[in-house]
Design a protein around this ligand. Structure first.
Ligand code: BTN
Length: 246
């Protein structure tokens, strides 16, 4: 991975560029990197702050031959890979909040946005966007943001080489992805569960269709979150925002 790199100093969003490259037939493993994004996108239509030179703003193109309903597995795979890369380079432990936020001491350090190009029920490309706060200092965040977000530099007490971390992320993704294509999801599932932040906790899953509160019981073999409500009913959560009710 990363043999074909499109690097830009400033773009609206690396996702947009990766989407067009994928449509033009870019090879699996192609990546788009930018120093700054002026219109970075997060999950559920939110904006993603991507100031110049402080973080990793990267999109990766994958072309797995898997059925559409297995796509959530890839999101979890990427989260595990990014968490392992952080640990390898910095020694910091990043937990995964379902589906794919990485948290250090409860604050978000990275987010992943998985977008699909699909025809009928087969996947044409998966565009994986990874945003990681690396060298921001506390003063770079507004007070409101610093309540919920952090960076590797804040947590590790030093600055890191972005290229080294991006390289480690790509290496971990490639290793896990190759294993996944051969052996399937079971190994990834175990690795994900070992790093999961939300499992066993009482959570509220909020989505456009409403919200459900209960206990996070686990994930399925498809990578879907199982939530048990107070009547003992189990719900499958495909997409939602997870909150921790006080
Ligand atoms: C989230 O937690 O909501 C996901 C954030 C994903 C941000 C990354 S940065 C690189 C890529 N380009 C974007 O516009 N978004 C993703």
């Amino acid at each position: 991975f990363g043999k074909k790199v499109t690097y830009k100093t400033s773009v609206k969003s690396t996702q947009e560029i990766a989407h067009s490259l994928a449509r033009e037939g870019a090879l699996e493993g192609s990546i788009v990197l930018a120093d700054e994004q002026t219109g970075g996108r997060g999950r559920l239509g939110r904006a993603w702050q991507s100031p110049s030179g402080t973080g990793i703003w990267m999109s990766l193109i994958l072309r797995p031959e898997i059925p559409l309903q297995k796509a959530p597995q890839l999101t979890l795979l990427i989260a595990v890979a990014a968490s392992r890369a952080i640990e390898k380079v910095t020694g910091l432990e990043a937990a995964i909040k379902w589906p794919n936020d990485l948290l250090i001491k409860g604050k978000k350090v990275a987010g992943i946005l998985t977008e699909l190009q699909a025809e009928a029920d087969s996947i044409h490309s998966v565009i994986v966007g990874i945003g990681m706060n690396v060298n921001q200092e506390k003063k770079h965040f507004t007070e409101e943001i610093s309540e919920i977000a952090t960076s590797l530099a804040i947590e590790g007490g030093k600055t890191y080489k972005r290229a080294e971390i991006a390289g480690a992320v790509l290496q971990e993704i490639e290793n896990l992805y190759r294993s996944y294509l051969v052996k399937g999801f079971a190994v990834i599932k175990l690795l994900w569960e070992a790093r999961a932040y939300s499992l066993g906790k009482r959570i509220t899953a909020r989505s456009v269709t409403g919200s459900i509160t209960g206990y996070a019981k686990g994930i399925t073999d498809e990578g879907v979150l199982l939530l048990e409500d107070d009547n003992g009913e189990i719900h499958s959560i495909y997409s939602a925002d997870i909150e921790f009710p006080s």
